[in-house]
Design a protein around this ligand. Structure first.
Ligand code: IDP
Ligand code: MG
Length: 156
């Protein structure tokens, strides 16, 4: 099972879209194992986006991400990192396909509603940045056996 970091960005919270977006992950069958509303500090935004430090959009990105509360989520499932990225769609709503979160809920070339880790290495790093010890819960879903085929002893 993979766990990925999802951030519902300030525009998603301000536009009242968090419930709809969370529902998409639940409907898909992915499991929410961590979730909180928080305001991202300058320091945390800088660390999280350090790979983009030299990009022209970086100052605006940090300003946007720290401007208003976000919802951070840890989401788990087989292949959860790639599944979540596909559900998010292309980086901007103007280009993202219908049926994706960015494609269905946004039109901007800057505000884009959601972040998702793009690799197992990124997920591990980012989950540690946003969740402290004990904030990601290993809990059993009652309906797990109808989400995955468990007959072979593992989730398929
Ligand atoms: P991703 O979120 O789809 O992985 P990245 O290219 O990794 O996209 O960029 C990280 C974030 O930086 C984007 O989600 C978006 O918020 C912001 N960003 C990327 N490119 C631009 C741009 O050209 N203008 C404004 N913001 C941008
Ligand atoms: Mg990225």
């Amino acid at each position: 099972m993979e766990t990925t970091l999802i951030i519902l960005k300030p525009d998603a919270v301000q536009r009242g879209l968090t419930g709809k977006i969370i529902s998409r992950f639940e409907d898909k069958g992915l499991q929410v194992v961590g979730m909180k509303l928080m305001q991202i500090s300058q320091q945390l935004a800088a660390t999280h986006y350090e790979a983009h430090k030299e990009r022209p959009f970086y100052p605006g990105l940090v300003k946007f991400m720290t401007s208003s509360p976000v919802v951070v989520m840890a989401i788990r499932g087989n292949g959860a990192i790639g599944i979540a990225r596909n559900m998010m769609g292309a980086t901007f709503g103007s280009k993202a396909n219908p049926g994706t979160i960015r494609g269905d809920f946004g039109v901007s070339n800057s505000f884009n509603l959601i972040h998702g880790s793009d690799s197992p290495e990124a997920a591990e790093r980012e989950l540690k940045l946003f969740f402290g010890a004990g904030e990601v819960l290993n809990w059993s879903r009652a309906g797990e056996v109808w989400v995955y085929d468990m007959s072979g002893g593992k989730a398929e």
